[in-house]
Each structure stands twice: as C-alpha cells, then as structure tokens.
Write a protein that binds this ligand. Structure first.
Ligand SMILES: [Zn+2]
Ligand SMILES: [Zn+2]
Length: 396
C-alpha cells in the first residue's frame, strides 16, 4: 500500500498555513519560506534545495485557486476514513518524511516546470497513476524518468567525413503539446474531475472482506476528463515535434561509426535527465579515394616502362596534388606513401595518402610498339621459374 503515501502529502502543512487560509496568507507564507530556503541563500545545501522544491510544489497547487479546489476535493475523498489508515499502516514503517517531489517524480522544480505550472491537475494524477501508484500496481521507481534515447542515421559525403563537418539534424519525436501544455484541454478550459471516480483515477469495489481497486474506465485512470479537446493534440496532450540540432562530426568519422551525444535525446519527464542521441554514420564512397583508418587510399595506373624506368607522378590529394617519385624497377602493387595527406585529426595527428601502383598491361599494341616489345623480349632473360619447373617435370 505504499502507493497510497501521496495522500499523506499535505501542502498546507508544507506552507505552514491553515486549510482555511486565504490566498494572501498562502502567498505570504510561501514567499517567506521560499526566501529562507532559496538555493542562492543556501549554496551547497541540498536540504535547503529540497525544501525549496517542496515549498514550490506546494505553492504551485495552493497558489492556483482552481488547482487548490481540486486538491482539496481529492484530499477530502482520500484523506479520511479507512483509506488513510490503510495508507499509513500499509507499508511505510518509520514514518513518512515530507517529500512532495516524490509525487512529481522527484525532479520537478515547481513553478519552473512549465508542464506542471501550466498543466493543471492531469499532471498530478497521471504522475501518480501512470507510475503504478494505483492500488496493486508495481512500485514506482525512485527518481524522475529519464528521457528516451533517440537513434538516427546520417549520410556524410566522403570529404565531409574526412575533414569533419557540422550538419543540422531534424529529429521527430513525441513531446508535450505547447497549446495545452499537455493537459489535453482546449485553451481557456481545464480538465475537470472525472465524474465516475471523482478525480481518484481508481474505482473501488468491495466484495466480502476484500476490496478491489482498478483504474477508472471513464478516465483511463487519469482522474480528470477533458470536455473540450485541445485542437492541436486532439486531447492527447502529446504531439510529434520536430527538433533541429546542429551536430558536429569530427574529422575522420568513419562509415558505420555510432556517435553518442549525451543528453540530446528526448527530454526527461518532469525535469528528469534527457536521453542520449545516437547517430549512426554512413559515409558515401568517393569515386577516387578510399579510407583505411586515418589513411586515404588511391590506386594509380602506371605503364610497364614507367615501372621499369622510374618516373615522377603527380597525383591528387583531397585538397591539392602531390608529386611522388616512382623509383626505377618498381614492381606492380608497390604502395607509395604521401605523409600527412590523409585524415588530419583535431589534435594534429594525420594519416597518410597511400598510393598503390598498378602496372597496366595493354590489351592492344600498335605495330611499332609490338616490334619494340618483341625486340625487348629478345633482350630479356627468362623469368625465374626454375623452382616451379622442377615440380612441373615430375608430372610430365
Ligand atoms: Zn475516472
Ligand atoms: Zn494540446
């Protein structure tokens, strides 16, 4: 029955006023308490901070006439008789400390929380019941709910991945409706207490010595119903929102890499920490260059005479050209290295441009070239194949 401990939260006691206090008295008391416990006056004192939150939460309800009425109504329903006793006797040994923030998920900041400030009572009830605070529900985990992680995919051009780039990312995710601040009611109207459960969100049935509670069917356990629906969200209180984030991709980001942006996921509920944003990177291939870690790769065709006689090659880099010396007698497949012409990291470390030489065999020759090649062949000693020939002879 620990789920019923919210009934014990007495905002009047928090603000140190009588239940019959006028709105002026409430305001006065709140201001005094808020001043005393304000974090600015109590730097580094978590107790004062907690107290400040608690006071703010209480005033967020009692300072609003409409909410105060609904709160009174709720407490008059639950705050007397067996319900209250069972709440007390049920499951909270050692007394119940005042912790209104419990009710709001622990992290709400009173007036600063626009969802609560503008949200009316739906927030209060939904936070109570959605977290399993209804009779028989699972225990609500401590602390405010963290926002969900968001996963998205981005395709980068090859050059951008090598050099690094900042790109705007549009993310669509559910969020609180700005028009009704999440309570689902048409602006100018408020959700009203559910006529079936009288705002409790649960209905209770007695059978012999047992009593059963179940979420109210009329209001789906929320405790309030919306008479005129918000035109923006059609009464759901939630809308799909598009957010745009500028995301910096560091130089050298690789295809398939997953970048985590802490705290850039969905916002947490009622002041809870935001989730993370994970960006899966795809790098579009380049028509010339490849990547191997921080090295860029490039294949350069050369002729047989160039390989034999040597040459100077002018090859492109990502942002210019570089001249490479091919020494005489270079075999096909040799890799030449242009230092520092690869990915340049932020800290100055740089990869290289690796140039693979590919000796091209011509498919066609002019008569002159053929004659010259035949003459070359006459002057050329046979290839060193003796070690293979020995094996070949065994089978002949
Ligand atoms: Zn109901
Ligand atoms: Zn709305």
């Amino acid at each position: 029955m620990s789920s019923k401990d919210w009934i014990e939260k007495d905002y009047y006691a928090v603000l140190g006023v009588e239940k019959s206090a006028s709105s002026d008295e409430i305001k006065k008391s709140y201001r005094k308490l808020a001043r005393e416990s304000h974090p600015d006056h109590n730097p580094g004192d978590p107790k004062a901070e907690e107290r400040f939150k608690t006071v703010s939460e209480a005033y967020a309800v009692l300072g609003d006439e409409k909410k105060r009425r609904e709160y009174d109504e709720m407490r008059s329903l639950f705050g007397s008789g067996a319900f209250r006793r069972s709440a007390r006797g049920g499951g909270q040994p050692g007394g119940m400390p005042f912790d209104v923030s419990d009710l709001f998920g622990g992290g709400a900041t009173g007036g600063a929380d626009t969802r609560f400030g503008g949200g009316g009572f739906t927030d209060l009830f939904s936070s109570i019941f959605s977290g399993g605070a209804g009779a028989g529900g699972p225990a609500r985990p401590r602390g405010p709910a963290r926002g969900r992680d968001v996963e998205t995919e981005v395709a980068l051009d090859f050059d951008d991945a090598v050099r690094g780039v900042t790109l705007p990312l549009s993310l669509r995710a559910p969020g609180v409706c700005d028009t009704c601040h999440g309570n689902g009611a048409k602006p100018g109207t408020q959700p009203v207490a559910c006529p079936v459960c009288h705002g409790a969100g649960v209905t209770t049935r007695n059978q012999g010595s047992f009593s059963f509670s179940e979420p109210c069917r009329n209001c789906q356990g929320v405790g309030t119903v919306v008479e005129e629906k918000c035109p923006e969200c059609h009464g759901t209180g939630g809308v799909t929102k598009t957010r745009t984030l500028n995301v910096r991709f560091p130089a050298g980001v690789a295809d398939g890499q997953r970048i985590r942006l802490a705290g850039r996921g969905e916002p947490g509920e009622r002041g809870g920490p935001a989730g993370d944003l994970f960006v899966q990177v795809k790098v579009r291939p380049d028509e010339l260059f490849g990547r191997s870690g921080d090295d860029l790769t490039l294949t350069v065709p050369i002729t047989f005479p160039e390989a034999v006689l040597g040459t100077d090659l002018r090859v492109p880099t990502l942002d210019g050209t570089v001249t490479l010396r091919v020494p005489p007698g270079t075999p096909s497949g040799r890799v030449l290295r242009a230092r520092g012409k690869g990915v340049v990291r932020k800290d100055g470390r740089a990869g290289d441009l690796l140039v693979t030489l590919d000796v091209v065999v011509p498919a066609k020759l002019s008569d002159e070239a053929r004659a010259a090649l035949e003459s070359f062949a006459d002057q050329t000693p046979p290839a060193a194949r003796e070690h293979l020939d020995a094996r070949v002879r065994r089978f002949s």
